[in-house]
Design a protein around this ligand. Structure first.
Ligand SMILES: Nc1nc2[nH]cnc2c(=O)[nH]1
Ligand SMILES: [Zn+2]
Length: 490
């Protein structure tokens, strides 16, 4: 297989190997010996998939046939089959980059530190003191750089980040994502009421800071991968005036992304009822201030009513399911199948540091388990089976579901022509891998028929399940965002 290594950046890259993705909920698409051509020249098409050819023998020829203007020296071939430890291409595959639809970058130093707290005391005890300290740009630089490196190493190619109330360190986070080549929504946290004296801003200050960050990202940084997201923390810490003005700000900039929390914890919900007695439901509070749009992602939604789910569907908002956080700070179990049945777009979120893991693969496993806990409460066999999320379902949520929840489904989430090429190269048998594949489990292995004590052979899906349940960052050889290398294990 040809693999060209040159000093100049190639204007075209062909990625070659096995491609696995989930264009439809619950279904895996597996394409073998496939060439995926990605344009890398400065143009509207930069970083996007231009062709996909299955059962190909010659990826370089595929590129030259696609565009007769290309010469051999314009094309780099990245051969995923030759990169694995197994050496025969049987253990590697390209998988879409994970999408983290809800992560507090500023809380990363607290990952794992939550004791027995629940949401409201957790915010006061652990979270607000840490977030306020990131006003120091040196601390912010260390923390934000580490979060981006760690999430990239775990295969996250797109993340919707919360920072803190501070605009300068928020702008720094935008620079860090851009420099490290991670696709990101960057949200300066907004909170002008019911917050501690050491961590609060006035309504005017907040709006000024928001515009400062939006203008910096859109006009100065000018990296299309890094976009602003309006981030009212949650209804209790935002005045009516602030929420109203944030709704208007989104419109002023042509419909900005919006993220917030909704219906995570019982005490939080009771507090919102007290604060906004005129609103019918918690979701109605955001609706009243025009904060529910197709570009809004709502974290948690653990306890929402059918009426709220209907409103979320009508407004076409996304929901970020954060099962590790919901289990850790004992918020509850989100009824994901119930949401999906209503046609609501659901993605996954780490919710660092309500959640303790940066890995969307780990979050997907937990989503799988939480759905089983919900299933065990069902009395009917059919309903019990229905409520369970399969491996295929949660891998969809981790990729295509997340893309749709962030209103980026046309551009991200699967390997399709026109989409950005955001991917991770997985090797199930990488050096130091936590996944043990026995000799007889290798797909290419021919069994010795004479041995009567033969262990069972396994299918491609079984092999994938071994990765899904036992794999981690050690199985990620490389990560590309928009066709550009963002992380490499060597
Ligand atoms: N999980 C979580 N919920 C919140 N609700 C308001 N703020 C937060 C936060 O930082 N994390
Ligand atoms: Zn959160």
């Amino acid at each position: 297989m040809i693999s060209l290594l040159k000093n100049e950046p190639a204007s075209f890259i062909v990625f070659y190997g096995t491609f696995i993705d989930t264009p439809v909920l619950g279904e895996l698409r597996i394409r073998h010996k496939t060439s995926v051509g990605v344009c890398m020249s400065e143009s509207e098409e930069k970083g996007s998939i231009r062709f996909i050819i299955e059962d190909s023998e010659d990826p370089l020829a595929d590129a030259l046939a696609y565009d007769s203007q290309l010469s051999e020296s314009d094309v780099t071939v990245i051969d995923g089959l030759s990169m694995g430890e197994a050496g025969d291409g049987s253990s590697t595959f390209f998988f879409p980059g994970f999408i983290d639809t809800h992560i507090h970058a500023s809380q990363y130093p607290n990952a794992g530190i939550f004791g027995n707290s629940t949401l409201l005391d957790w915010l006061e005890t652990y979270t607000f003191p840490l977030e306020s300290s990131l006003k120091d740009l040196e601390i912010a630089n260390v923390v934000y750089s580490k979060v981006v490196d760690r999430t990239l190493a775990n295969g996250t190619t797109t993340a919707s980040y919360y920072t803190t109330i501070d605009p300068e360190s928020t702008k720094l986070m935008g620079e860090i994502c851009s420099a490290r080549n991670q696709r990101a929504l960057i949200g300066k946290v907004c909170m002008d009421t019911n917050s501690p004296d050491f961590y609060i801003e006035s309504t005017e200050e907040c709006l000024k800071s928001c515009e400062n960050v939006i203008n910096y990202l859109q006009k100065d940084l000018r990296d299309p991968k890094v976009q602003p997201v309006l981030t009212p923390r949650f209804a209790p810490t935002c005045s009516e005036d602030l929420m109203k003005k944030l709704g208007a700000l989104s419109q002023k900039y042509g419909g900005l992304h919006i993220q917030t929390h909704l219906s995570e914890n019982d005490n939080e919900i009771r507090w919102v009822e007290e604060l906004f007695p005129e609103c019918d439901t918690y979701a109605d509070v955001y609706n009243k201030f025009n904060l529910l749009t197709e570009k809004t992602v709502l974290a948690h939604c653990v306890h929402i009513s059918p009426k709220e789910a209907k409103l979320i569907k009508t407004r076409n908002c996304g929901i970020s399911h954060c099962p590790v956080s919901n289990s850790s700070i004992t918020s509850g179990e989100c009824r994901v199948r119930w949401l999906l049945d209503q046609g609501i777009n659901v993605g996954l979120g780490t919710d660092i540091s309500g959640g303790f893991s940066c890995s969307i693969l780990a979050i997907a496993r937990q989503a799988h388990l939480v759905s089983r806990h919900l299933a065990m409460r069902e009395t009917g066999t059919e309903e019990r089976e229905h409520v369970k999320l399969s491996m295929e379902d949660v891998l969809y949520l981790a990729t295509m579901g997340g893309a749709k929840a962030l209103d980026m489904g046309d551009n991200l989430g699967t390997f399709d022509i026109g989409k950005q090429f955001d991917t991770q190269l997985i090797d199930i048998e990488s050096q130091g891998s936590n996944v043990d594949i026995f000799q007889w489990q290798k797909i290419s292995e021919v069994m010795n028929e004479k041995n009567k004590f033969q262990p069972p052979k396994i299918s491609h899906n079984d092999l994938l399940a071994k990765w899904f349940f036992n794999g981690d960052d050690r199985n990620i050889l490389k990560v590309w965002v928009g066709g550009k290398l963002s992380h490499s294990d060597w």
